[in-house]
Design a protein around this ligand. Structure first.
Ligand code: FES
Length: 76
């Protein structure tokens, strides 16, 4: 089953990264790039971490990595 459609990453690949030591959503993002585009899969990634018992962070610690707003958007 594909968990991250944006990066075409399967549940198996994400479980593998958790088994190899990723114990937070941020670490799974770093290792696999899952969840680094639209963020729609972040809750499912957290669920997989929780199911594995590897969670080293509080539930719901999602990191959305879309680009920050440009500084040029400030009104001056
Ligand atoms: S579905 Fe994972 S970043 Fe979009």
């Amino acid at each position: 089953m594909i968990v991250c459609l944006c990066k075409s990453l399967s549940e198996r690949k994400i479980r593998q990264s958790i088994a190899e030591g990723a114990c937070s959503v941020r670490e799974v993002q770093h290792c696999t790039k899952a969840g680094t585009q639209c963020g729609a899969c972040l809750e499912e990634i957290q669920n997989l971490i929780d199911q594995s018992g590897a969670s080293g962070t509080s539930k719901g610690e999602f990191v959305h990595t879309q680009a920050p707003r440009s500084l040029d958007e400030n009104d001056d």
